[in-house]
Write a protein that binds this ligand. Structure first.
Ligand code: ASP
Length: 581
């Protein structure tokens, strides 16, 4: 006999009179003495069961009495029309008169309510994640994730990509983070690393002639966790042969366009392409949210020689216009002045200018700048009557980033970042390297990224001026993917290793296999990886990835449900040859 004839989300008025069998969890019980209702829930929906003295057999009533929340039950009964219809659910026109009931399993009282809006706090929900997933919003997210994965597969396969698995127990591939290390029992004193990405393997597959590779794959990075980062996360990882930067960008623009069309019916074609430097100058970020204006303007030249030392001494003076904010009170403005001083932003403060509706102009630097001076700022910043300008000054890069943070936070507060408005773009022309505080060069992406051919001559003398054939796919203020055209020439590859301080011996040790392989006919190739968790969240109008991952870790990288990481038996360490003596 089948467990059920129907699920809990599909019965409606057309089924009235039908005998059905359903299974599910008891979500709500309402008891009025002579009448009792139970809401029966499964992943498809909720169906109301009704019990009363006239229509329900005594033994069924007796069993119903013993039932508590989250019991798993099976019922047989008849579909009838409800007296008061519930328009909010698909089964809201009917209920089931139960004539047989079986308790399939009992349940303890759950630690939080299993409803749309639960009373459970974050840690409790993570501890009982299997119960949290029983809630509709999380189930919906996981179903959505699975749908997006299948759309991605469909697109890539129909574009000639082959899905290939690469190993998890590998040697470290530096992508800017620390590796998770796995000790080897059979090779004592030696360690595997979990991949930060399948970068080197996908390049080897191109050398093998597989032409177009993809994988929806777990990657592992042992980073200090900022909120909403996970030590293990999923990427849509791809690599293509015989392509240039434009080809890769076109292919993945196609993927994101398809997803936006299929999921939201939104048509997005010809994504804007902006250089890294323009992104930094205009938005103070290499992953700009371009859904709203408030672009950054450099007004340094209009501030000079007026006796205002702070501006005179600074490398840049940058400003944004906040729409309709000239009416902000002193208190509101002070809030932002304090906000930018937070250590996470790190600015020294803000100068403000109000372009009042009545045509008057008022600023916090009236002592130094008169109406005529301030009018120049207003024109430069496209500040309309009724708007307000915030100004920051300091060292160029730092100040732009601080202004970028202010721009995003104000937009958030003013509700300008609409969840279901999508603004994808490409950021290109990245520097190949960045310098750390000790003046050492590091790759901006990873060391296999190709320099622009016209910049090859600069590698020796001016590495900081070399640009990369790299591209980031950005949407709504989030980097959702990044990739590059790869180096296929061993000489250039070795040069890059030397700029980043890897001498011949070290680079041979770490990447000998890749450099060797490049000498066996490596085709021109390039690729990209999209952060799948974040992509799914953004496509569903969310920014937090936590509830799109079935079993996430908390902000300290800890799994509170299985209690990992954990100590292990000393015997295990002994077997591995790493027991502390
Ligand atoms: N491996 C890179 C990453 O994980 C992406 C790429 O260059 O394809 O970010």
């Amino acid at each position: 006999m089948n467990y059920r004839t129907n699920n809990c989300g599909e019965l409606n008025i057309s089924h009235c009179g039908k005998s059905v069998k359903l299974c599910g969890w008891v979500s709500k019980i309402r008891d009025k003495g002579h009448l009792k209702w139970i809401d029966l829930r499964d992943i498809h929906g909720t169906t109301q069961l009704v019990f009363d003295r006239d229509r329900t057999k005594k033994n069924v009533l007796n069993i119903a009495k013993k039932i508590g929340r989250e019991f798993v039950i099976q019922i047989s009964g008849k579909v009838v029309e409800r007296i008061s219809h519930n328009k909010n659910i698909s089964t809201g026109d009917i209920e089931i008169i139960v004539n047989e009931i079986t308790i399939l399993n009992e349940s303890k009282n759950p630690p939080f309510t299993i409803e749309e809006n639960t009373d459970g706090g974050d840690e409790l929900r993570l501890k009982y994640r299997y119960l949290d997933i029983r809630r509709k919003p999380i189930q919906k997210n996981l179903l959505f994730r699975s749908e997006v994965a299948s759309m991605v597969r469909k697109y890539l396969i129909s574009n000639g990509f082959t899905e290939i698995e690469t190993p998890f127990l590998i040697k470290s591939t530096p992508e800017g983070a620390r590796d998770f290390i796995v000790p080897s029992r059979m090779n004592q004193g030696k360690f595997y690393a979990l991949p930060q990405s399948p970068q080197t393997f996908k390049q080897l597959l191109m050398i093998s002639g597989m032409e177009k590779y993809f994988q929806i794959v777990k990657c592992f990075r042992d980073e200090d966790l900022r909120s909403d980062r996970q030590p293990e996360f999923t990427q849509i990882d791809c690599e293509m042969s015989f392509v240039n930067q434009k080809d890769v960008m076109e292919c993945f623009e196609g993927l994101l366009s398809d997803l936006l069309l299929e999921i939201h019916g939104i048509e997005k074609k010809s994504f804007p392409v902006i250089s890294y430097f323009d992104a930094m100058n205009k938005y103070g970020s290499d992953k700009p949210d371009i859904r709203f204006g408030m672009e950054i303007h450099n007004i340094k030249e209009y501030t000079k020689n007026k006796g205002f030392k702070i501006f005179n001494d600074s490398e840049v003076v940058v400003a944004i216009t906040v729409p309709k904010a000239s009416i902000w009170s002193r208190k509101e403005i002070d809030y932002w002045i304090e906000w930018v001083k937070k250590p996470q932003v790190g600015s020294k403060g803000l100068v403000w200018v109000k372009n009042n509706l009545d045509g008057s102009v008022k600023s916090s630097v009236d002592k130094f700048y008169d109406y005529k001076n301030l009018k120049k700022w207003i024109n430069e910043c496209e500040c309309k009557k009724g708007d307000l300008i915030f100004v920051m000054s300091g060292k160029k890069n730092e100040t732009l980033i601080q202004m970028g943070k202010l721009r995003m936070e104000i937009a958030e507060k003013l509700n300008l970042r609409k969840a279901f408005e999508f603004a994808p773009l490409w950021v290109v022309d990245f520097p190949l390297f960045f310098k750390d505080d000790m003046n050492n060069y590091h790759p901006m992406h990873h060391p296999f990224t190709s320099p622009k051919s016209e910049h090859l001559d600069l590698l020796d003398e001016k590495p900081n001026e070399v640009h990369a054939l790299a591209y980031d796919l950005v949407m709504n203020g989030n980097e959702i993917g990044g990739g590059s055209i790869r180096i296929i020439n061993t000489k250039i590859q070795e040069k890059i290793f030397s700029v980043i301080g890897l001498n011949k011996k070290k680079s041979k040790e770490q990447f000998g296999f890749l450099v060797d392989a490049l000498e066996f006919g490596a085709p021109p190739h390039g690729g990209i990886a999209l952060g799948f968790d974040r992509l799914v969240a953004i496509l569903n109008g969310d920014e937090s990835i936590r509830d799109y991952i079935a079993f996430p870790k908390n902000n300290s990288g800890y799994d509170v449900m299985i209690k990992a990481p954990s100590e292990v038996d000393p015997q295990q360490l002994d077997d591995l040859g790493i027991l502390k003596k």
